[in-house]
Design a protein around this ligand. Sequence first.
Ligand SMILES: Nc1ncnc2c1ncn2[C@@H]1O[C@H](COP(=O)(O)OP(=O)(O)OP(=O)(O)O)[C@@H](O)[C@H]1O
Length: 247
Amino acid sequence: MPALELVSLTKRFGDKTAVDDLNLSLEPGAFLGLLGRNGAGKSTTLKMVTGLLNPTSGSIRVLGLDLAADPLAVKRQIGAMPEDMALLDMLSGPQYLRFVGRMYGLPDALIDSRREELFDKLDLAVTPKTLLADYSFGMKKKVALCAALIHAPRMVFLDEPFEGIDPVTSRTIKDILHSLQQSGVTLVLTSHILEVVERLCPLIAILDEGQLKGFGTLEELRRGSESLEQLFVDLVGGAQKGELSWL
Ligand SMILES: Nc1ncnc2c1ncn2[C@@H]1O[C@H](COP(=O)(O)OP(=O)(O)OP(=O)(O)O)[C@@H](O)[C@H]1O
């Protein structure tokens, strides 16, 4: 049984087709890096598979469950870090994780011990009363990652988890994701940092204008191209633009 199965997934916003007849299947324990230019449809896809956005048409099965028919059962088992992080700025970090943990039915003591472990690992050193509104961008990103992992999900979706993250924490996050995969968790992340995806994700999908342009292992995809960057540009790169007229 695939961990994720998208069949003819389509999302239209008025005249704009953001995701166009997407078909994709992931085995349990897979780790997919979803690539694409700005506006390619990556976040829209992640929003649909995590139940934040209804598809225009097509179907989504997560861990064997039909998302449309059983959204709560799916949401219980997945962890998600959306593009905008969707934190509650008037809460402190620990309060927010209590809020998230309680939604998953975890006891407070377990939430707090997991949160302490996560904060320690991610070097998230803040006074407990500091509100999320006063966290830096990178610190908010770390809290969003903690919220995605606190309930030990079986499948994790992360929208640009390395954006705004310092190199040391980046390394820690890669280690966390790698060990999640080793323990059988299925992972999907989006990133614009090709080197990260190249090194971290055994499977890669490339979206362009909502359509799947490439899917496979790095070796399968790179056939004929000297690097992932070259392949990416070959598959989705637009025409070379001229120089700026006034410079
Ligand atoms: N709520 C919305 N209403 C209208 N258009 C939308 C909406 N959300 C996304 N779009 C459009 O859908 C397309 C895909 O957007 P999406 O955010 O999925 O791209 P992306 O691949 O995540 O881009 P980026 O790398 O810049 O984050 C874009 O053209 C975007 O303007």
